[in-house]
Write a protein that binds this ligand. Sequence first.
Ligand SMILES: *[C@@H]1O[C@H](CO)[C@@H](O)[C@H](O)[C@H]1NC(C)=O
Ligand SMILES: *[C@@H]1O[C@H](CO)[C@@H](O)[C@H](O)[C@H]1NC(C)=O
Ligand SMILES: *[C@@H]1O[C@H](CO)[C@@H](O)[C@H](O)[C@H]1NC(C)=O
Ligand SMILES: *[C@@H]1O[C@H](CO)[C@@H](O)[C@H](O)[C@H]1NC(C)=O
Length: 393
Amino acid sequence: MKFEKGWRLGSMGDMHILPGSRHRPPIKKPMWVIVLVLLVCIFLICTYMYPPQSSSACYIFSSRGCKPFADWLPPVPVREYTDGEIASRVVIKDILSSPPVLSGKSKIAFMFLSPGTLPLERLWDSFFQGHEGKFSVYVHASKHKPFHVSRYFVNRDIRSDQVIWGKISMVDAERRILANALQDPDNQHFVLLSDSCVPLYHFDYIYTYLMHTNLSYVDCFKDPGPHGNGRYSEHMLPEVEVKDFRKGAQWFSMKRQHAVIVMADYLYYSKFRAYCQPGFEGRNCIADEHYLPTFFQIVDPGGIANWSLTHVDWSERKWHPKSYRVEDITYQLLKNITSVDVSLHVTSDEKKEVQSWPCLWNGMQKPCYLFARKFTPETLDTLLLIFSNYSAP
Ligand SMILES: *[C@@H]1O[C@H](CO)[C@@H](O)[C@H](O)[C@H]1NC(C)=O
Ligand SMILES: *[C@@H]1O[C@H](CO)[C@@H](O)[C@H](O)[C@H]1NC(C)=O
Ligand SMILES: *[C@@H]1O[C@H](CO)[C@@H](O)[C@H](O)[C@H]1NC(C)=O
Ligand SMILES: *[C@@H]1O[C@H](CO)[C@@H](O)[C@H](O)[C@H]1NC(C)=O
């Protein structure tokens, strides 16, 4: 580069002018050496920052031939992992590198988190009908023993515990229901749902969508704003650095290997249990919105799709998302939700930056959502009436 050479000549020129300044006392020999060494140092630093591009320039500095100067320096040191991290990483790597075991009876585990009775159970009953053997149902009822109306739900309650919104007990419930569902070796995908969720497609479409992908659908994005990184605590160091801190809705769909690594994790989980809770150091950290997105960002970022398969409408920009009522339920509303094929996230800082990417399924752009929330109990009859109509892809 011409510019580089010109600049270098200029600095050589300075070198000759310096000692020649007449009005100064003559510089003694040792001083000379120091100045020379200093200049050489500056010169080398500059060469490092602006590596020489032409081969003739390379010759001046190196007998080893033309190699960017940066290559000779040791790489930027990576942080030394703790014992816990080394152990955690080796276990996770081993689980992820073993091929998935697909039996002929692959099933999807539908895992419902609910306070008690599931108001939309009859809709799910018609969704499951005729697909016996391809799914299993689990219900974690945290307040009251549910009353079931569908044979697919009877005797599917697992032992549960109290769940407090925003607290680690929500993550504990997720892990508890996952552990129960993992006991059935035929379960290959694990979908977390709430009592206000509905299916958007008929069973076969959802089964194919989930079974023919190697991704888990864990919502995950970087939010530099107060509701994202503003909830991060440096107590989580060294394992959880702010650059890896992520946010996402809790409603995941996970392949079996990912469910197993979530079971295997204690290291990251314990950081979130201790330092991500509402009110901790004045921050409002919601463990279920950060633990899994951050965990996957650290251990297998390429293994998750980064969006949730469960649609929710935040457009009213309130503390809670929009709840659909009877008068909202139309064929058009459901078709609108299923027509979305671009995933959107908005940061919570003043910039309100919109992050969007196409929902790719095996490289093809597909609908982002297979499920939707929040539907009030009164919407059941209308949904039952139009389900077979709207659920056709
Ligand atoms: C998923 O991974 C398995 C094994 O690595 C591979 O055989 C299969 O083709 C992959 N499926 C898709 C849909 O990429
Ligand atoms: C999800 O986001 C991470 C970066 O946060 C990226 O590395 C990964 O490739 C993304 N996943 C997919 C399937 O694009
Ligand atoms: C569906 O989407 C269209 C276009 O975005 C919008 O004009 C219409 O109001 C939506 N209808 C419902 C019922 O949400
Ligand atoms: C569903 O109902 C709408 C009108 O409400 C109709 O236009 C559409 O053709 C129906 N679709 C199916 C698949 O039956």
